[in-house]
Design a protein around this ligand. Structure first.
Ligand SMILES: [Fe+2]
Ligand SMILES: [Fe+2]
Length: 173
């Protein structure tokens, strides 16, 4: 089993992009679309929660030295989560057409966010953390993922404590 946190999260990214592509292949099948979107929402919620958990609990990033990185990381998470909520809401009215532009927007955002994370953030996780730490994290990620419980609000509360000295950052958490 790989001991790379980066690889663990990168495989989620691949899965999210695969699901988004599959949405456009099911043209004309509302029931299938609903299932795809529900699955997508679930995986994005889980991915963001676990990613933010690792960031807050293990990376101990300085909120001033890493300000630009953190602002972009959290803003894009907020943007993607808001778009997800919008898609979920519109899905009830018109599962076939209303959400298509939002899905394309989501797809573009996810690709941008994934590239940003791969270049600026993921490599640090494997570099900064020891092999033992990475093993502990991967085990705990596995347990959290299986629980199916992703309380984003809780993890944001911890982030607020950690980044309390930076008011600009607090505003977007
Ligand atoms: Fe992310
Ligand atoms: Fe990610």
């Amino acid at each position: 089993m790989s001991t790379s946190i980066a690889e663990h999260f990168a495989s989620d990214h691949d899965q999210i992009i695969r699901i988004l592509r599959s949405y456009f292949k099911t043209r004309g099948n509302p029931e299938e679309n609903i299932q795809i979107i529900k699955n997508l929402n679930w995986i994005i919620d889980r991915h963001f929660y676990l990613e933010e958990k690792v960031l807050v609990q293990y990376l101990e990033l300085d909120p001033y030295r890493n300000f630009t990185l953190l602002i972009r990381f959290y803003s894009e998470h907020n943007e993607i989560l808001n778009l997800n909520a919008k898609i979920r809401k519109n899905l009830e009215y018109d599962p076939l057409f209303t959400i298509n532009p939002a899905i394309t927007e989501l797809q573009n955002l996810v690709v941008l966010h994934k590239n940003f994370e791969m270049e600026n953030f993921y490599y640090r996780m494997d570099e900064v953390l020891s092999l033992d730490e990475r093993r502990v994290i991967l085990k705990s990620l596995d347990i959290s993922a299986k629980s199916g419980f992703y309380p984003m609000v809780k993890i944001r509360e911890s982030a607020k404590v950690l980044f309390a000295s930076n008011p600009e950052l607090l505003k977007i958490l």
